[in-house]
Design a protein around this ligand. Structure first.
Ligand code: UD1
Ligand code: UDP
Length: 361
């Protein structure tokens, strides 16, 4: 009889850099594993490039669910995973972050009485209009092992009644990946690639609250053009919102360069050399904190407040983004340090807990 594996569920771009160090650390311990890609993201630049650039094995299974409404996408993942879990009887299902694939896998596992480990548990924006917040709350309610990146996450889980014995503050596996690849992030190569001769900024936007409403998109484009009045602006466009941003004239400014999503190394190389980043991404708030690049987050809230208290992040609105950029360019922000345990060893800590937990069962 083959040993039941630990099954990892990935599917969307931010899952891959989080899963890589966990899978590598479990492999070093000889734990049998199965890597599932749900197919939530499928473009080369949103998926395959991470498997080429990171130390990630090719997925054992790709469910190929693709895009759809929330219910449609979540349901497709659930139906396919139910079958897979019944066949493979995982010893543990490991889910990452807050995407639809994460919550879908957690629901299926819980109904089949399979234990779930949630990597990046306990983050809360307290904004249930964000689909990710719903995914986080549901996943954490179902998880047996909860791995957190910052102390505020432990405190949210405590408030929600999660037994502290199940919660492990381990640091940030996304930052393991960043630190493991730091030498490959070459800002000079990015300058050469994009013929950049002066200071520049990078922007990424994909949250539904920013890019789904055409009226709001017009105002955002106006603000990005004001940023570009000040310095060159590079915008790798996520497929969500791309058409609306372009229709609103995003690239009709001489200082704006739009591109397809970049590979991980190319993206981090560009960010590393930037004077500032304007974003609504979760992961980018964390990565800029470690790279020391000022990050202006165009959102009313963040589930990652440690990037403000211990990093370079600042929440901005459409009214404050340009003045905030001016202030950043003038320099003089105090050094707020880095979040505790964001040291490149989170994957190893997670693997140690999982390995011990498997041995105890
Ligand atoms: C998803 C996550 C979000 C995460 C983001 C990271 C959910 C609810 N949202 O948002 O938390 O921050 O990924 O990037 O899980 N598309 C393509 N090619 C692809 C993938 C998507 O063209 O490879 C297009 C499709 O038109 C699709 C749209 O992007 O309808 C949105 O994709 P989807 O996976 O539903 O959500 P994201 O906005 O990518
Ligand atoms: N990223 C990338 N290329 C890009 C934009 C982002 O490789 O063009 C990486 C980056 O490391 C980021 C991660 O993808 O942290 C996930 O980003 P995204 O903003 O899609 O998801 P979120 O973190 O908001 O869920």
């Amino acid at each position: 009889m083959t040993t039941s594996p630990v099954v990892h569920i990935t599917g969307a771009r931010p899952n891959f850099p989080k899963a890589a160090p966990v899978i590598a650390a479990l492999a070093r311990r000889g734990v049998p594993q199965l890597l599932v890609h749900t197919g939530q993201h499928y473009d080369d630049a949103m998926s395959d490039v991470f498997f080429r650039q990171l130390s990630l094995p090719q997925p054992d299974v790709n469910l190929g669910v693709g895009s759809g409404s929330h219910a449609e996408q979540t349901a497709k993942v659930m139906v396919a995973l139910e079958q897979l879990f019944l066949e493979r009887q995982p010893r543990l299902v490991v889910v990452y972050g807050d995407v639809n694939s994460t919550v879908a896998a957690s629901l299926v596992a819980a109904k089949l009485h399979l234990p779930v480990a949630h990597v990046e548990a306990g983050l809360r924006s307290f904004d249930r209009t964000m689909p990710e917040e719903v995914n986080r709350v549901v996943t954490d309610a179902l998880a047996d092992l909860l791995f957190t990146t910052s102390p505020d996450a432990n405190s949210h889980l405590g408030t929600e009644g999660v037994d502290a014995g199940r919660v492990h503050l381990v640091g940030n596996p996304m930052i393991d990946t960043l630190l493991a690849n730091l030498e490959a992030f070459d800002a000079d190569a990015a300058r050469t690639e994009w013929s950049i001769e002066s200071d520049y900024a990078v922007a990424t936007l994909h949250r539904p609250a920013n890019v789904d409403d055409p009226d709001l998109v017009s105002i955002i484009v106006e603000r990005l053009h004001q940023v570009a009045d000040r310095l060159a602006l590079f915008i790798p466009l996520h497929p969500r919102g791309r058409a609306r941003l372009v229709a609103a004239g995003l690239d009709e400014h001489p200082n704006v360069t739009i591109t397809d999503p970049l590979g991980y190394v190319e993206f981090m190389s560009l960010v590393r050399g930037a004077r500032a980043v304007v974003t609504d991404s979760g992961g980018v708030q964390e990565e800029t904190t470690i790279l020391g690049v000022p990050c202006l987050t165009l959102r009313p809230n963040t589930e990652r407040p440690v990037t403000i208290t211990h990093g370079t992040n600042e929440l901005v609105t459409l009214d404050t983004v340009v003045p905030a950029l001016e202030r950043v360019l003038a320099g003089g922000d105090e050094d707020r340090g880095t979040p505790p345990l964001w040291d490149g060893r989170a994957g190893e800590r997670i693997a140690r807990v999982i390995d011990g937990w498997l041995r105890d069962r």
